[in-house]
Design a protein around this ligand. Sequence first.
Ligand code: PBG
Length: 354
Amino acid sequence: MAFRVVQPFPAPLARGDDQSIHGTESLGLTRRMRRNRKADWSRRLVRESVLTTSDLIWPIFLIDSSEARTPIAWMPGVDRLNIDEAVRQSEHAAALGIPAIAPFPFVEKGLRDATGSEALNGRNLMCRAVRAIKAAVPQIGIICDAALDPYTSHGHDGVMAGERILNDASVRVLTQQALALADAGTDVIAPSDMMDGRVGAIRAALDASGHDEVQIMAYAAKYASAFYGPFRDAIGTNATLIGDKRTYQMDPGNSDEAIAEVALDLEEGADMVMIKPGLPYLDVIARVKDQFRVPTFAYQVSGEYAMIMAAAQNGWLDGDKAMMESLMAFKRAGADGVLTYFAPRVAERLKAEA
Ligand code: PBG
């Protein structure tokens, strides 16, 4: 349908011509976009996208500690949780209606080595936490990263030879990590390492070991991004990371390549795909959803969270409004859901508004 946008143009106002401003004469516009915006009921009625609690995945940080919570300097309002507290927070999330959590571990320095061997330990922090949460809150989904960065002494997601990150050797370790997590009761494996072929290898290994119901949410298009900074503070890899991740994470200039990555991960058996970071890559989310029509998720990463929180703390933004608007943007772009550190706060707000 083509609407005519040519409108009669009002005659220029003469200086001091109050009649023209306050007069009752209409411009005779056929289509007035503002009519539908005149009241809250009408704005709600014509709203195209909705954000619900069912769209939220809550990433949390774990630590082995006698303290329930230890603060994360670069992520105000987010703490590392010990296992007991993680169980309590999972109960809270489930009570709010949040469908799933995504735990990430802060691993003691002494447990990190060149090949990330602690990742394969079925009694490691992640596996113990998954067991405890599944036992106490079986109704919440648990999504765990397959990536070695919390466990390696060099902070990379795979294993290294000299300065190179080895692809196929990394995939073999990541597959073992995924199996340990699945054995502990993880519902969804989320390969976030960006090695080639890892989704297919993990799928095959899961199926061969009786885990054919375990889903895979692939970090399909994951960019080499400055917005992961606060996360690396949270899991303690800022200090350890040698160099950067540009030989495996994507170049921010590329979007066709994201389509190729998603196509490969789907062929290899991914049940859901993710784009990361979030807001700076809304165009990629929209393209992926348009092209593949599969469950598509966005990760509003730590740096995006920190930007909103920092501005809000300075009084430069209304933090809650910016939070809700940013999450609505993901839905408008076509995302089915969002990983966000704001999840419980959003859920509380949606509950209050309902
Ligand atoms: C690890 C991983 C990262 C994030 C999720 N999984 C960091 C990275 O790749 O360096 C980032 C999440 C965030 O910034 O909130 N592979």
